[in-house]
Design a protein around this ligand. Structure first.
Ligand code: HEM
Ligand SMILES: *[C@@H]1O[C@H](CO)[C@@H](O)[C@H](O)[C@H]1NC(C)=O
Ligand SMILES: *[C@@H]1O[C@H](CO)[C@@H](O)[C@H](O)[C@H]1NC(C)=O
Ligand SMILES: *[C@@H]1O[C@H](CO)[C@@H](O)[C@H](O)[C@H]1NC(C)=O
Ligand SMILES: *[C@@H]1O[C@H](CO)[C@@H](O)[C@H](O)[C@H]1NC(C)=O
Ligand SMILES: *[C@@H]1O[C@H](CO)[C@@H](O)[C@H](O)[C@H]1NC(C)=O
Ligand SMILES: *[C@@H]1O[C@H](CO)[C@@H](O)[C@H](O)[C@H]1NC(C)=O
Length: 546
């Protein structure tokens, strides 16, 4: 009985979620698959909270840099005019005095490796802040994360608050950003709970010698997101350089913390729970400040049963092999759980093929800090006649004691496009060649040529041509972020797959880029007189290297 209850509790369906979701699935993976099988390389950079992944300067803290980056991107918002907010414009603004430091190119240069047609720089900036605070609070503070931010293609107006400005200008600036005096006090205290002031960048505030990389921490727990910044201030512990620094002009935190007579900062000092609750609200608002017209999704919850990396291979004996992975939330006794895939044919009602998906050692994953879901992945593979036209599939989770739950998009079925399919095993491949271009003795840059050699199958009946469509990353001046430009190539019909009901197509596609990353994908569009069928967002990285 107990096992049944446990499994049932884990498999609550996320209300309103339909698979696949083009706005959230990619970012959901980055947010929740932090370690283990199919891990995405983002959260590791801020776990533990004190981590520095760069070698240029010793005293960098990536979590603090990601949080500060999100604030500086947002801080130029004008909520009444409906402009600015988290839109990635910070990437174009790194040469401004108000954005001094390594944080901004450090962050965008990291995030660009994960940027994709379904993951904007702005969404990654917000996610970076969300993850940093989750890590720095040991999983205690997890801000609901929404997606849908749209990237700016140029710099915005200046206006990030600076420490030498007076309280009136800070009050006016925060008002423009959508925060009143109480909220300004709260948000600054939240911001200055991690990290500190670097002497190299702020020599008027923190003394430094030319050799070292001094950082004066904002509080006594530099890599913990907690109320110690408020406690230290109230306790007159002269740690925070923006509150007790030798330079009175730049004591902006002191002026701000006292702007309401010290009321809020005292309450934050008294209770860490109150501090966390206050910050959760304020930082959530900060991250969700976007230009008018941008619509964010609902908060991204871990998907309970998530298919991924589905593939179909056309065999030379008039069959096709179907395969893929199912990620199931919860690691409780995965061996006692059985995962059944039900593949259903078009018009065939319930006739079709059932196959069990299996897990093995190493197919687990989850979060790098507490209070995160864990996952077990199940793999499946089955062979059907090539003529069998798939309509949809469903996943049954079968537990002990008669527990059985079906995941099928609330009856509609999980869609599986089989009219047009990339041949990701053996035949297709990708390549990456880099070339170093010297400008002079000390300066060079690297141009990377990315090549895709794609083989695909398209059903003979109902279509006229097959289009390979690639969101090509394009560099922009003054920022490390990229934008995407959709490019289309009509694929060549070649010999092959005779008798299977499919025709074989090939195309070669390549482009040059001089930044590392982003995540590359491609769509296949079968174009026909009665409309198009698209097999979207296939990762380049699922292909072998040529
Ligand atoms: C009047 C408002 C503010 C002023 C004048 C201000 C000023 C500063 C200064 C001078 C630094 C040192 C940066 C460095 O040396 O790398 C800093 C660091 C930082 N600020 Fe602010 N800040 C303000 C508001 C905020 C807010 C609202 C947040 C976030 C909600 C924030 C987050 C941070 C973080 C996380 C750091 C640490 C960066 C690191 O250690 O690399 N700040 N701030
Ligand atoms: C700021 O707004 C909050 C509500 O969000 C309110 O509780 C607080 O009193 C306001 N502070 C000021 C100074 O208006
Ligand atoms: C204090 O900071 C201000 C603003 O950065 C600067 O103009 C001034 O020279 C500094 N004073 C000292 C004594 O460092
Ligand atoms: C805070 O500390 C400073 C220097 O250590 C001292 O001059 C000042 O009187 C103290 N203030 C309070 C309120 O204790
Ligand atoms: C950040 O990178 C951009 C794009 O390469 C560059 O134009 C800008 O000068 C860099 N900023 C800093 C502070 O290095
Ligand atoms: C793609 O490139 C490969 C290697 O250069 C070549 O053998 C093949 O014929 C090309 N295919 C097409 C469709 O251009
Ligand atoms: C089908 O796809 C092609 C190629 O992308 C496009 O030009 C065409 O407009 C699409 N047709 C429909 C009906 O969406």
């Amino acid at each position: 009985m107990a096992a049944k209850v446990v499994i049932a509790a884990l498999l609550h369906t996320v209300v309103g979620y339909t698979w696949p979701d083009s706005r959230t699935d990619y970012l959901e993976t980055i947010l929740y698959q932090q370690t283990g099988y199919r891990q995405e390389e983002m959260a590791f950079a801020v776990v533990p909270c004190s981590r520095n992944i760069f070698v240029d300067r010793e005293k960098r803290i990536i979590s603090a840099e990601w949080f500060r980056t999100a604030y500086h991107d947002m801080a130029t918002a004008d909520v009444e005019a409906g402009t600015g907010g988290i839109d990635g414009s910070i990437g174009f603004e790194t040469d401004r005095a108000e954005n001094v430091g390594t944080a901004f190119n450090g962050s965008t240069g990291f995030f660009v490796t994960l940027q994709s047609a379904r993951g904007s720089m702005a969404d990654l900036i917000a996610l970076g802040a969300q993850m940093s605070l989750a890590s720095c609070s040991d999983g205690n503070m997890q801000i609901p994360y929404r997606a849908g931010r749209i990237d700016a293609t140029e710099a915005g107006p200046p206006g990030v608050p600076e420490p030498q400005q007076d309280l009136d200008s800070h009050t006016a600036s925060f008002k423009k950003q959508g925060f009143n005096v109480t909220e300004m006090i709260g948000l600054v205290a939240c911001g200055h709970s991690i990290g500190g002031v670097h002497g190299v960048d702020f020599p008027d505030i923190v003394d430094h010698d030319l050799e070292g990389d001094e950082r004066q921490d904002f509080d006594q727990t530099v890599a913990h997101f907690d109320n110690v910044v408020a406690k230290d201030f109230v306790g007159n512990i002269s740690q925070n350089p923006l509150a007790f620094g030798h330079n009175h002009t730049t004591r902006s935190d002191a002026r701000i913390f006292n702007a309401d007579g010290g009321d809020l900062i005292h309450r934050m000092a008294e209770s860490n729970d109150f501090f966390i609750d206050t910050c959760k609200d304020l930082v959530e608002r900060m991250l969700n400040t976007v230009p008018r017209g941008v619509e964010l999704t609902a908060p991204i919850e871990p998907v309970v049963v998530k298919p991924d990396h589905l593939w179909i291979t056309i065999n030379d004996d008039n069959t096709k092999t179907l395969g893929g992975e199912i990620r199931v939330h919860g690691s409780t006794s995965p061996s006692a759980r059985r995962v059944l895939i039900l593949v259903r044919g078009q018009g065939g009602g319930l006739t079709g093929h059932n196959v069990f998906a299996r897990t093995r050692d190493g197919l687990e994953g989850g979060g790098l800090y507490p209070n995160m879901p864990t996952f077990t992945f199940y793999e499946f593979e089955t062979t059907v006649p090539a003529a069998f036209a798939i309509s949809f599939f469903a996943v049954d989770i079968i537990g002990p004691n008669g527990f059985r739950k079906r995941f099928d998009n609330n009856g509609a079925g999980l869609p599986w496009v089989d009219a047009v399919i990339p041949q990701i095993h053996d035949t297709s491949c990708r390549n990456l060649e880099s070339e170093v271009i010297e400008i002079d003795e000390n300066n060079f840059f690297i141009i990377i040529t990315h090549t895709l050699r794609l083989v695909a199958a398209m059903r003979d009946a109902g279509f006229e041509k097959l289009v390979l469509s690639v969101p090509r990353p394009v560099e922009m001046p003054d920022t490390l972020a990229v934008r995407f430009e959709q490019e289309e190539v009509v694929m060549d019909k070649v010999d092959g797959f005779e008798g299977s009901g499919y025709a074989r197509y090939e195309a070669n596609y390549s482009f040059k880029l001089n930044v590392l990353g982003p995540m590359l994908h491609y769509d296949l569009i079968a174009v026909g007189p009665n409309g198009n069928t698209t097999n979207a967002f296939n990762p380049w990285k699922d292909l072998r290297v040529c």
